[in-house]
Design a protein around this ligand. Structure first.
Ligand code: NAP
Length: 251
């Protein structure tokens, strides 16, 4: 049976690699047209949309720390795709800054940069995208299990994701009044550039052993969940934060 939602215009931030690339691929494989956002400074392809199946995709660039660039990027995506039906706020950064080992300038820099990308980047992208979304629109935010358990060496990351969960729930109410559903996924460890070194190190086995399945998540597993939360069937999931951690963390 054909997918009744196919052909939607979808913007995915941080879609040049990792989880974002898997999300972009999942929508494209279902027949949607995807704006693949990236920073423009990453090591991967300059035009990452060229790797997607199907037609009608574009690549758009903005440093999410730059609010003006975010506004331009979202409008460029909407212009190129003929509107927006789905926004996935996926882009994020992770850095460690243990409080006893980090000087004051480094501490302040880590908090500012992490919150600027992970929280304010998503907040500003959402503001810009809402101007293009109609009733039936969907926003899915990529949070993290860190929001619930904290991170002793990456407190800014955990706080940014806790803030993103709160933002998800605030927007679910505010935008539900216009027929737009807003939800989040909270993955545990997933093998991407962000985690590859840790997972390959001696502590990698302990990370995998946190799950009874003795592995970490796959980008495609997160992508499938995001695709569902962006579907018409998932309107009643609005306000939800979906755990995706293979039973490695219960809350
Ligand atoms: P990744 O492989 O490191 O990719 C990060 C993406 O974000 C890239 O596309 C990157 O663009 C983009 N990005 C980073 N800083 C940016 C900036 N200042 N402006 C614009 N784009 C920027 O990360 P990932 O592991 O796929 O993570 C994706 C999301 O999942 C993040 O929000 C992360 O917090 C969340 N998450 C990841 C895990 C995990 O274990 N991997 C677990 C839970 C949640 P460029 O390629 O242009 O640099």
């Amino acid at each position: 049976m054909p997918d009744a939602t196919a052909g939607r215009p979808v913007l995915v931030t941080g879609a040049s690699r990792g989880i974002g690339a898997a999300i972009a691929h999942r929508f494209a494989a279902a027949g949607d047209r995807v704006a693949v956002h990236h920073s423009g400074t990453g090591a991967r392809a300059a035009e990452p949309h060229a790797e997607l199946p199907g037609v009608g995709h574009v690549s758009v660039v903005a440093d999410l720390r730059d609010a003006d660039a975010v506004l331009r990027m979202v409008d460029e995506a909407a212009d190129a795709l003929g509107g927006l039906a789905v926004l996935v706020n996926n882009a994020g950064v992770f850095g460690t800054h243990p409080i006893h080992e980090t000087g004051y300038p480094g501490w302040r820099r880590a908090w500012r940069e992490t919150l600027d990308v992970n929280l304010l980047g998503a907040v500003n992208t959402t503001w810009a995208a809402v101007r293009h979304l109609q009733a039936g629109g969907r926003i899915v935010n990529v949070s993290s299990v860190s929001a619930f358990r904290g991170e002793w060496s990456a407190a800014a990351y955990a706080a940014s994701k806790a803030g993103l969960n709160s933002f998800t729930q605030s927007m679910a109410v505010a935008l539900g009044l216009r027929g737009i559903a807003v939800a989040a996924v909270a993955p545990g460890w997933v093998e991407t550039d962000m985690t590859r070194d840790v997972l390959a190190s001696p502590v990698g086995a302990a990370m995998r052993a946190r799950s009874p399945f003795d592995r970490v998540g796959r980008p495609a597993e997160v992508a499938d969940a995001v695709h569902y939360l962006a579907s018409p069937a998932a309107e009643w999931c609005s306000g939800a934060v979906l755990d995706l951690n293979g039973a490695s963390h219960a809350r």
